[in-house]
Design a protein around this ligand. Sequence first.
Ligand code: TYD
Ligand code: MG
Length: 467
Amino acid sequence: MAKSKSVWLCQRCAFEAPAFENPCRNCNEWNSLVETIKERPSASARVRAASSTSTSGPARPQALKLAGADRAPRLPLGVPELDRVLGGGAVPGSVVLLGGEPGIGKSTLLLQAAAGIAAAGGRVLYASGEESAAQIADRAERLGLMEGPAAEGVELLAESEVGAISEALMLAKPTLLIVDSIQTATLGGLEGPAGSVGQVRGAADWLAGAARATNCAVILVGHVTKEGSIAGPKTLEHLVDAVVMLDGDRHGTLRTLRAAKNRFGSTDELGLLEMGEHGLTGIDDPGRAFIDDREARAPGAVVAPLLEGSRPMLVEVQALVAGAAFGAPRRTGRGLDSARLALLAAVLGRRAGIAISDRDIYANLVGGIVLDEPALDLPLALALASSQSDRPISRETVAVGEVGLLGELRPVAGLGRRLREAARHGFTRAIVPAPRRGVTPEPAPDGLKVIAVATLREAISEALDAR
Ligand code: TYD
Ligand code: MG
């Protein structure tokens, strides 16, 4: 056994101190250091030694055309929205961390992914320290997986000790290993309770070694609390190859998937899913899902053609400007950045003659989606101006653009794709930033009148005049 050495590990920030200290010198938390045995897990040490085989002689460069052969092969998980976010699927030998609040649907998503692998002829080992095999079977029943290939191709293991999980992995040699969750996982020989920083990191490190040794794709579940849990995905980020977050309002049905880190692909893609009676279904074409379907025009709303990764989508922005004569005015944004809201209120007041800085401001995106794109500036500012002046914006109008501090509008990327999506859904007018000097704009899609303006003031007069 490797010689063990003990360190003191902060349970809040994961700082490693050689001896006990109080408070933690890194994050100033009191009584947060726990003694942890620092011992190189033997399995992963062996894997590491094997993977860093010392080649004698100088390093050899490789022709660009040959380099493609090393590109990571993909293992599609059969849940298209998850595959989209991962960049085509999981990569054998790598580790993905799926994070999200308790109850958001992580186990449901992964059981569906397990069924997807089984349907493609693969085998899955599903290790759960959270639930018994019977509970997982109940979920599979609800998802309608008991009659399909998953019934044979998915093996359940109610186990949370990673040594035992690794042994089962070596024996079963599955295509995919799911560990639900990393907070319940423990590594024998490590001090500290399950869920402590030391255990979580030790277990993840060991499993990453096992993934490489067996060339098995591994997905770890990580719970995050609203405050961002102590031993949550943050402390694991550098140990895994990709971090995917499943988010959404637990009382609503919409779920979004986003990569916070992706060693094998982009982090721009957004996955959209809906939680239903029989599990999660991908929303392939969001269409009008994020637009209120009322007919009547009400002041304070406009639709924005946004671009999330490679996918254009239409999202309605709603705003309400109200009251507040005394005290600090409120700025409340749901689904969007509140700081941005305050900034736009200031720009509207100084550069567009819409004085709302001393009033309460509320804004949200329809459908409970959370987005953070600079292209949301103009629609948000227009919704605020519309609410303040009590003049509606036509239901046939879309608006998109970034707003600068001087009240100028800045062009946004992918305008053509955004406008084509707006035209496809029957919108007839688009208010957009004027292109940079010397840039010829793409022709407008059929049926859509494109109004290019240079300033927020002009945009407001175009939007609110359309009655
Ligand atoms: P779960 O996958 O257990 O969440 P997590 O693993 O992230 O804690 O999902 C929990 C919720 O999802 C639970 O409230 C029930 C709901 N649910 C559905 O609405 N439909 C379904 O088909 C399933 C399986 C669960
Ligand atoms: Mg779960």
